[in-house]
Design a protein around this ligand. Structure first.
Ligand SMILES: Cc1cc2nc3c(=O)[nH]c(=O)nc-3n(C[C@H](O)[C@H](O)[C@H](O)COP(=O)(O)OP(=O)(O)OC[C@H]3O[C@@H](n4cnc5c(N)ncnc54)[C@H](O)[C@@H]3O)c2cc1C
Length: 283
């Protein structure tokens, strides 16, 4: 078990990790793609770093973390399960137990489709490696929205799932010949208690499961009962969410969507998490 799992390695997550380590806590940081700051041509408002590109800044942040032996591990966090005193964090099928979790996934770009949220866990899945075995011998639709989608569809087919691949990308040569390819995008998940079908434009595809393979997961889908304020996670002044032991920092908590705020919130979240961990040790 680690003290703190940090999800997302943008400025907020790296700041949280650096401050957790400064406080003597063990930390694992997971992130699944490059962050938004790297796209900024020029950043002038982060104190002490005048006239730098976003990429230059991110390189400096990563170097700082690396110098403190913080390794950013590639992986998408798909689910967090509260276990009383700790959390089980599911990183694409790998489970890590943590005393505290810091959510620093940046602004949420996930637009859920009708039927998705209420059938999550009842046929809707965000992780082929985690849930694939449940659908062996059954039908599953894979919705292509990330660079790994073809690989994950092939994996599902290889373990005996009958896969239909829905995508707006041209038919990939790498997609298994046994997988049916449908050009399009999903608009609805159909079913009352379990998934029965999905709609791709005008077409209805009967299925037992649908794998939504996006780069991001909507925060409220990551952990049950997380309190949101519109698209942002509600936090108190210690960056703690309504779920004891789960913190949020950076763009994910709301405006201003700015670097310095993200860095500060990462610090506050990590320091408070560390204080709370120390309290448990003292008791
Ligand atoms: C073009 C552009 C220009 C900008 N210019 C400025 C500027 O001049 N000044 C300024 O202050 N701000 C600027 N910003 C805003 C700044 O980049 C953000 O405020 C800052 O990056 C927020 O940091 P963050 O750590 O909260 O989120 P992000 O930087 O978005 O990082 C979040 C990370 O979490 C990862 N992630 C998401 N979901 C998961 C998951 N389920 N599992 C694992 N990892 C996950 C993402 O891949 C990403 O790497 C600019 C942004 C853009 C796009």
């Amino acid at each position: 078990m680690v003290d703190i799992v940090v999800i997302g390695a943008g400025p907020a997550g790296l700041s949280a990790a650096v401050n957790a380590v400064t406080r003597g806590k063990s930390v694992r940081v997971f992130s699944n793609r490059d962050n938004y700051l790297s796209k900024a041509e020029r950043v002038d408002n982060h104190l002490g770093f005048y006239n730098m590109s976003g990429k230059e800044l991110m390189d400096k942040f990563r170097d700082h973390a690396e110098a403190m032996n913080i390794r950013v591990e590639e992986g998408k966090v798909v689910n967090i399960l509260p276990m009383g005193e700790s959390f089980m964090v599911n990183i694409n099928g790998e489970i890590e137990e943590a005393k505290k979790v810091i959510l620093s996934m940046g602004v949420s770009k996930v637009k859920e489709i009708p039927g998705e949220a209420n059938l999550l866990g009842s046929g809707v899945s965000y992780c082929a490696t985690c849930d694939g075995m449940l659908y062996r011998g059954k039908n599953a639709v894979v919705w292509d929205q990330s660079k790994d989608a073809v690989e994950e569809a092939n994996y599902l087919q290889s373990i005996g799932v009958n896969v239909t691949f829905v995508s707006r990308n041209p038919h990939s040569e790498e997609l298994s010949k046994d997988i049916q390819y449908v050009f399009g995008t999903l608009t609805q998940v159909i079913g009352d208690d379990v998934v029965k079908a999905v709609k791709a434009g005008e077409e209805t595809i009967p299925t037992d499961a649908v794998f939504m393979l996006r780069d991001a997961v909507a925060p409220a889908s990551l952990i049950d009962g997380l309190k949101m304020d519109g698209n942002f996670i509600s936090v108190d002044r210690y960056m703690e969410t309504n779920i004891d032991g789960v913190y949020a920092a950076g763009d994910i908590t709301g405006k201003p969507l700015q670097l310095s705020k993200a860095v500060s919130e990462g610090l506050i979240a990590a320091q408070h998490a560390a204080v709370e961990i120390d309290k448990i040790k003292e008791n």
